[in-house]
Design a protein around this ligand. Structure first.
Ligand code: SF4
Ligand code: SF4
Length: 154
């Protein structure tokens, strides 16, 4: 390496260091003027955006067991079992007046597989299935993520 090449390398190194520091200082000064952007979670909680999708909830009283949610789910994490109502049974209706022709026996969602796409809630004809704002349901046991909505205790 010639002396000239050596000096050029020093110049390039100094220039790139200066450019890097310039960007760092620029972003740092912006962060300082903007103020604190972190919060002391879990003592403090930020507002959740209105359309955010948290843990799913099914108000099973209004579920007509139509399976529209399970059929559209891209990851097959909704499990429904239902029997035909016996002809002599007292007719049951949802709050919106839709007649229930099936007896819901199982409605589980394995929320560890759910990708929160929102498809299931968007096709539900009685609007009984929807995303809540709940995002705090970590667990040590993966099986606890299979939520049984007929025996819902959360
Ligand atoms: S949000 Fe999407 S992935 Fe989750 S249960 Fe509904 S359809 Fe399935
Ligand atoms: S789409 Fe709605 S009514 Fe139909 S099975 Fe799913 S939760 Fe029940």
């Amino acid at each position: 390496m010639t002396f000239l090449q050596y000096m050029r390398l020093i110049k390039t190194t100094m220039l790139s260091t200066f450019m890097g520091m310039f960007i760092t200082i620029k972003i740092f000064s912006k962060a300082i003027t903007r103020g604190t952007v972190t919060i002391q979670y879990p003592e403090m909680r930020d507002n959740i955006p209105p359309d955010s999708r948290g843990l799913l909830f099914n108000d099973v009283e209004d579920c007509i067991s139509c399976r529209a949610c399970a059929n559209i789910c891209p990851v097959d994490c909704i499990h429904i079992e239902a029997d035909k109502k016996v002809a002599t049974a007292t007719p049951e209706f949802t709050k919106g007046g839709v007649k229930k022709t099936l007896d819901l026996k199982r409605f589980d969602i394995d929320v560890s597989l759910c990708c929160y796409c929102g498809l299931c809630s968007s096709v539900c004809p009685t609007d009984c299935l929807y995303h809540t704002k709940d995002y705090e349901y970590s667990t040590y046991d993966r099986d606890h993520h299979n939520v049984d909505y007929l025996n819902y205790t959360r």
